[in-house]
Design a protein. Structure first.
Ligand code: SAM
Length: 224
């Protein structure tokens, strides 16, 4: 039986990859990637050339059988999502569950590395002994219910948000929890990395003062 390695990849800066991840990518037989173009950039940067197969959220359920056949043939299979840790608001969990069920003798190993959650928590200056992670809030149905859960949480809540909805999220937080403290991490590990902290309306004012709201955002909400 072969090995399935779930490999964390950079969330922006292509140097954020562990020695073990690079060795695993170098020594594997095949890499299944959420988007082969994204992983190709990382491989090129590190001068690695490997067979790539696409496995995104839509195909993850169907490709389990193919991966199990490879593992039965003794292959070393890697799965990577587009950025950060697979399975964290990303594909990966269904593949792992399928392999656990259908190839119980296969080794499934984690090659840990970056995640936007831990990147922001590590520089936010808040006590993250305990926190909740809500991922992306639903766009429509269920959004208000989740916002109420965020507002009622006794623990800091970490959220992902898109650039299109970040201002909307600040408006919603200003209404649901006007006194909360929000820490926003934008473009972490990238050239334009920034951390903005304040009330939801202060964050809105800062973002609205720019020409455009761009980039990737991770948000921590603390009720105060
Ligand atoms: N699996 C990833 C991880 O471990 O962080 C998360 C994948 S999720 C599809 C992508 C979201 O993570 C983005 O929309 C954004 O909210 C957040 N994110 C990813 N990279 C980021 C970065 N460099 N700076 C800020 N947020 C980031």
């Amino acid at each position: 039986m072969g090995t399935l390695s779930i490999v964390a990849t950079p969330i922006g800066n292509l140097e954020d990859i562990t020695l073990r991840a690079l060795r695993t990518l170098r020594e594997c037989d095949v890499i299944y990637a959420e988007d082969t173009r994204v992983i190709a950039k990382l491989l090129t940067r590190h001068e690695l050339h490997k067979p790539l197969q696409r496995m995104d959220a839509a195909t993850e359920g169907k490709k389990g059988e193919e991966v199990v056949a490879r593992l039965a043939a003794g292959e070393r299979v890697v799965f990577v999502s587009d950025a950060g840790t697979p399975g964290i608001s990303d594909p990966g969990a269904r593949l792992v569950a399928y392999v656990r069920e259908h190839a119980p003798e296969a080794v499934i190993e984690a090659i840990p590395g970056p995640s936007a959650i831990t990147a922001l928590l590590s520089i936010a200056g808040i006590d993250a002994t305990r926190f909740s992670f809500f991922g992306f809030l639903p766009h429509k149905k269920g959004r208000m219910t989740m916002l109420r859960e965020v507002a009622a949480s006794p623990l800091p809540v970490v959220l992902y948000e898109s650039p299109h909805r970040i201002l909307k999220l600040m408006e919603e937080l200003a209404a649901a929890l006007p006194a909360c403290r929000v820490t926003v991490g934008r473009e972490l590990t990238k050239m334009h990395e920034e951390v903005i902290a304040g009330s939801p309306s202060e964050i809105s004012a800062s973002l609205e003062s720019r020409d455009a709201v761009r980039g990737e955002f991770v948000v921590i909400v603390e009720a105060i």
